[in-house]
Write a protein that binds this ligand. Sequence first.
Ligand code: IPD
Ligand code: CA
Ligand code: CA
Length: 262
Amino acid sequence: MSRIDRKELFNTATDWTREAGEYIRKKMKESFSVNTKSNQDDLVTDVDKGVENFFEQKLSDKLPDHTLMGEEGTAESVKNLDGTVWILDPIDGTMNFVHQESFFAVSLGIFENGEGIIGIVYDVMNDEMFSCLKGEGAYVNGRKLPELKEVPVHESILSFNSGWILKDRRLEKLVKESRGTRSYGSAALELAYVAAGRLDAYISFNLAPWDIAGGYVLIKEVGSTVTNYEGKDLDFLNKGTLLAANPYIHNNILSLIHEYDQ
Ligand code: IPD
Ligand code: CA
Ligand code: CA
């Protein structure tokens, strides 16, 4: 399978993601080892690595001209988005995986020469797969995601890690204004929820390309708006900030946050 059209690529990617999910569920019933990375709260398990190895092996067997850019090692050698690049977070929400045994996802965005064409976020324990092929609509378990409705900020549900308020006190204003806040601990799921209209916005100050690639493609497909915290385009080769929102409130949120700048 060296030459592949987009539809076939989409089917292959969703099949492999489901297979990765089965592997994760199996490992959860057996045993896995937990280690730390950059600090004591930055967790990684042999399952994260196992999922990345699984995709690496599949690609080298079936699609050797595609590039894997995964969190657990393969991203290190990727310096540009030329060709077809699979941006993979083998487990997004590893802390949830270890401590809560739920609310984590396999996140995959496939980019062609820098353009996101396939987005997949698979909630492994709920067996809920958000997926899209650019131009063909976004789906959750085969059901088309509905068009997003207009929502005012005072009726919106926002999601972000509560710790971000310590970093930017301007968020307090947004919290007061909104209907309520949530924090799920998986950027990929939170982005998928924005795409599905379950959340109206998601904010973060420190995300890597693999945290956001799958959700980004989903969000674009449903016509939502996703930028960094300054309202600028995202960079899929570096870490950065993020503001993903219902298209009707993205600008209002930016204005509220930046009202008192300078
Ligand atoms: C993390 C999750 C979390 C977000 C962190 C990410 P990981 O990914 O998406 O929700 O707040 O910034 O690093 O480490 O579980 O893959
Ligand atoms: Ca992640
Ligand atoms: Ca991860």
